[in-house]
Write a protein that binds this ligand. Structure first.
Ligand code: DON
Length: 308
């Protein structure tokens, strides 16, 4: 039950315990602009489906959400294109790093899932085809489902990625060769880099993702985002694919559907109960927030409450 968990008490325990935890991660400096972030930041915000808020640390500071945004682009693409989308991108865990090229060659340009870079690039291609003004329409969608009009892209981060995104250029070109990219590769990548550069706070992330905790409806703004069935699909792909070659480890330790980004953010969902966002910029070897994963493990351990 929601109300029997003392989140205030649990959060104060976690906040004091984590002051003592050494951060063994490293900041993602393959995108030079991300290398400028203060590595000591730690923010957590949890919003329950009945709109109770619990937070500590730097939860109100915007950061680069990176691949966390891939859940929102998938949601919009599913709304527009429906289930045909799954002919162009799979729903299987890749077991490979997020930017790997290896499977894509064997599997003829069909990415394993929409959260590895290749899959998210195909989703961007779909959005370029279907939207009149893809960047603005995508941003408008995210503002609408979160109820927050100030959410924006960072052109500095997007430009920084564009300069150094050699692997993403390789992925999009390989998929173009296989016929799974229908638009100009530069236009598709431009949308992809902007998608990854969206900045949000932990609190804003819980607003935007709340629909996944409550059957497709965002109860905070009383808005249906997507159907119950598609909510199930998105949460299940988050559980099996949200952490790339560490998806098993996240399910094993945390036991919630979630999605990470190389900005150090993680969003996790407890369907029917809450949405939580954590931000700590230093990443483990698999590109997921080192402390972020540990905070979420502590949460589901202390609350004795995961989906399992
Ligand atoms: O394309 C990239 O490499 C980044 N913009 C996004 C990667 C990412 O966030 C992977 N997540 N853990």
């Amino acid at each position: 039950m929601i109300n029997t968990i003392d989140y205030h008490h649990i959060f104060s325990e976690i906040a004091s315990e984590f002051k003592e935890v050494d951060d063994l991660g490293a900041i993602a400096n393959y995108i030079p602009e991300l290398g400028k972030v203060d590595p000591t930041k730690l923010g957590v915000h949890l919003t329950t489906v009945d709109n109770q808020h619990y937070a500590f640390g730097d939860a109100d500071e915007p950061f680069s959400i990176q691949s966390v945004a891939k859940v929102l682009s998938l949601t919009l693409a599913l709304k527009i294109m429906g289930g045909d989308l799954w002919n162009r991108v799979g729903v299987e865990p890749s077991g490979s790093p997020f930017n790997s090229l290896v499977q894509l060659e064997y599997e003829k340009g069909i990415p394993r899932n929409p959260f590895i870079n290749a899959g998210a690039i195909v989703i961007c291609d779909i959005l370029v085809t279907c939207l009149d003004d893809p960047k603005n329409d995508l941003l408008a969608f995210i503002r609408k489902i979160s109820g927050i009009d100030s959410i924006n892209y960072s052109s500095k981060v997007a430009e920084s990625e564009k300069k150094c995104g050699y692997r993403n250029y390789a992925l999009v070109n390989l998929m173009k060769d296989f016929g799974n990219i229908h638009n100009d590769v530069d236009i598709v990548l431009d949308l992809y880099f902007y998608l990854c550069s969206i900045e949000m706070t932990c609190k804003e992330l819980t607003n935007a993702f709340m629909f996944l905790a409550s059957g497709g409806m965002n109860p905070i703004i009383n808005e249906r985002v997507i159907s119950l069935t598609r909510t199930k699909r998105i949460n299940s792909v988050m559980l099996t694919c949200g952490f790339y070659d560490e998806a098993g480890e996240f399910a094993f330790r945390v036991g919630l559907p979630g999605k990470s980004g190389v900005g150090g953010g993680i969003v996790a969902i407890h369907p029917g109960k809450f949405c939580i966002a954590v931000w700590s910029p230093k990443l483990n070897a698999k590109g997921n927030s080192y402390k972020g994963m540990k905070v979420l493990e502590a949460l589901t351990t202390k609350t004795k409450c995961s989906i399992f």
